[in-house]
Design a protein around this ligand. Structure first.
Ligand code: FPP
Length: 243
């Protein structure tokens, strides 16, 4: 291998993931272990999200995407759903105050139609602020999100706009919730389960996957460091072969 090729390979291996996506699992068990209600686990999880988003921004990443509430999570008790929606409302209100100061764009992804008018208004307000922060670090929060639902909504939107036209990968990508977001380089799932649970199904085609037993509320900046280091040792070929 030529010296220049070796240097390029070493450079690529050291690359920071541009976009990390996280399935924040383990809030319930974290709470249970402490004799607390599940909602306390979600509250601790929301704090972890704030810390990790700040850290990813400081490291120089472009995007962090988290799975906050899936299209299937409505099956949980009204109390638990209410607690998660309450935490999201709190986070949206804080974001309206702080996004410009912190230079963090917040984007909510998912089917927002069944959300309360209050939450939708807050999301519209954060969207408006995000428009004034082009190029800033972006935190994407998936809310009433499901990968299959995203693809079906996107395809339906496409055919409504372009009846009879043939869909291509590019055209579908352009109508998804993630249209303006690069695919995740690395997807982390905390909480010791080894599945993707309907998260970013289209976008994860070439993502590196990392599973950890750490429960989400305990996930720390050190865990991001070790995930990044693990990522930097992966050999990403995107279906090609090593040069
Ligand atoms: C999965 O853990 C977690 C969720 C379904 C909810 C995640 C929500 C938050 C962290 C709070 C709101 C988020 C933001 C961004 C402000 P689980 O409850 O399934 O855990 P378990 O497997 O231990 O029961």
């Amino acid at each position: 291998m030529a010296e220049q090729d070796k240097t390029e390979l070493a450079g690529a291996a050291q690359k920071l993931p541009r976009h990390i996506a996280i399935i924040m699992d383990g809030n319930g068990r974290w709470a249970q272990q402490r004799g607390l209600p599940r909602s306390a686990g979600h509250a601790a999880g929301a704090e972890t999200f704030r810390r990790i988003a700040t850290y990813c921004k400081e490291l120089g990443m472009d995007h962090l995407t988290v799975y906050a509430f899936s299209t299937e999570n409505w099956k949980r008790s009204a109390e638990e759903v209410g607690a998660i929606m309450g935490l999201l409302k709190k986070y949206l209100l804080e974001s309206i105050e702080k996004m410009e100061r912190d230079r963090i764009r917040l984007k909510i992804l998912g089917d927002l139609t069944p959300l309360s008018p209050e939450l939708r208004e807050l999301i519209a307000a954060t969207d408006e602020i995000a428009r004034r922060l082009p190029g800033c670090f972006q935190a994407n929060v998936c809310l009433n999100y499901g990968g299959r639902d995203e693809i079906v909504r996107g395809a339906n939107a496409f055919f409504r706009e372009h009846p009879g036209e043939e869909l291509t990968e590019e055209k579908l990508s352009a109508v998804l919730d993630t249209a303006s977001i690069p695919d995740p380089d690395l997807i982390i799932r905390t909480g010791g389960e080894y599945r993707i649970s309907n998260f970013l199904l289209w976008e994860c085609a070439y993502s590196e996957l990392l599973f950890t037993d750490v429960l989400w509320p305990d996930f720390s900046e050190k865990d991001i460091d070790s995930a990044v280091s693990d990522f930097q040792h992966r050999d990403r070929r995107f279906g090609g072969v090593k040069k």
